[in-house]
Write a protein that binds this ligand. Structure first.
Ligand code: DOR
Ligand code: ZN
Length: 355
């Protein structure tokens, strides 16, 4: 069984900064990726659009040029979303959009995940003109949909969790107030979020990671497989089933690939564990596993991996192709980040990818 697919866009990836970027970018190119949404949670964060970097912040203009220099020139397109903070103004949005450098903005729940401490409460942008300016300019809002500041049972409990809370309490208000705002619900993990996206307008879509289609929190806990520790956390079987159903629906136009590939050179320490699954080099193979890819669902797989994302972002579908063959392969490990399948103790992937 061998399938030929158009090269695909990873519409949520962390390439970090400095020397390791080259390896991570190469791993993405090697897995048939033709373009990316590269996340702005660097240190310092990408909270300004253009001009020089400072000690406190980086600019999209500079980070884009770093990414290109580190091999990203080979991508058809790179979008770097602006990291929203309490300092982001409506004027920055309007001017940045006019220049064409600003194409998307990222909402991080303050202190909710890796390097998200610069984020502000969602309500601030609902009131201070930022979301209005984005809606007006047709920019895309990338949402990390978890309520911040929760702990214990409300953070992760039997009947609710931080994502569930966010999609029940904030998202309905957001889409009501800004009905034409283009929103990507990023790396969704719950049935609540999948249901929300399914019933929302066509301007509201979602990315799903390979790990959230393949695993549940039980897989993380049994043997404490910390390579599966990412945020939002893996959830339960009913959630995974809802994500799978959404992604594999024949008529799916709203759910697409965004790996959230997040390399950490040190995952577990004595004080805790860094959040993020590294899926550079192996993501299409894992998505193919999740879909149980075969002749009958090839079109649906292609919609999810290659077509729905670029369609929403207004990107051209690649004219280049790659192949996925149902034949075991051993991927090359480049750099110091351990790919998820290796971290889980698997030597081989079920699929072989060729460019
Ligand atoms: O697991 C995650 N890792 N979730 C995020 O939101 C951030 C990411 C990272 O940057 O490592
Ligand atoms: Zn991410």
């Amino acid at each position: 069984m061998k399938f030929t697919l158009p090269k695909w866009y990873d519409l949520h990836v962390h390439f970090r900064q400095g020397a390791p970027m080259e390896n991570y970018i190469q791993a993405h190119l090697d897995m048939g990726c033709c373009g990316v949404l590269a996340m702005p949670n660097t240190k310092p964060p990408v909270t300004h659009v253009s001009g020089k970097n400072t000690e406190q912040y980086w600019t999209i203009e500079n980070y884009l040029s770093d990414l290109k220099q580190a091999g990203g020139e080979a991508f058809d397109d790179i979008i770097v979303p602006l990291y929203l903070t309490g300092e982001t103004s409506a004027k920055m949005i309007t001017e940045g959009a006019k220049d064409g450098i600003l194409r998307a903005c990222k909402y991080y729940p303050p202190h909710g995940t890796t390097n998200s401490e610069h984020g502000a409460d969602l309500n601030i942008y609902m009131e201070n003109g930022v979301f209005s300016a984005m809606e007006e300019a047709g920019l895309i809002l990338n949402i990390h949909g978890e309520e911040h500041g929760l702990s214990g049972e409300t953070y992760f409990g039997e009947s609710s969790n931080a994502e569930d809370y966010f999609y029940k309490n904030h998202m309905p208000k957001l889409v009501k107030k800004f009905p034409s705002l283009k929103i990507v619900c990023e790396h969704i993990t719950t049935k609540t979020a999948a249901d929300f996206v399914n019933t929302a307008s066509d301007d509201v879509v979602a990315t799903i990671t390979p790990q959230h289609l393949l695993y549940t929190v039980a897989d993380l806990l049994q043997g404490l497989k910390y390579h599966l520790y990412c945020l939002p956390l893996l959830k339960f079987e009913k959630d995974r089933n809802a994500l799978l159903e959404a992604a594999t629906d024949k008529n799916n136009t709203k759910f697409f690939a965004g790996t959230d590939s997040a390399p950490h050179t040190t995952k577990a320490t004595e004080c805790g564990c860094a959040a993020g699954c590294y899926t550079g080099g192996i993501a299409p193979q894992l998505y193919a596993d999740a879909f149980n890819l075969n002749e009958d669902n090839l079109e649906t797989f292609k919609n999810f991996l290659c077509l729905n994302g670029p369609q929403f972002y207004g990107l051209d579908v690649s004219k280049e192709t790659f192949t996925l063959e149902k034949k075991p392969s051993t991927p090359v490990i480049a750099g110091n980040a351990i790919p998820l399948h290796t971290g889980l103790g698997h030597d081989e992937l079920n699929w072989t990818l060729n460019l």
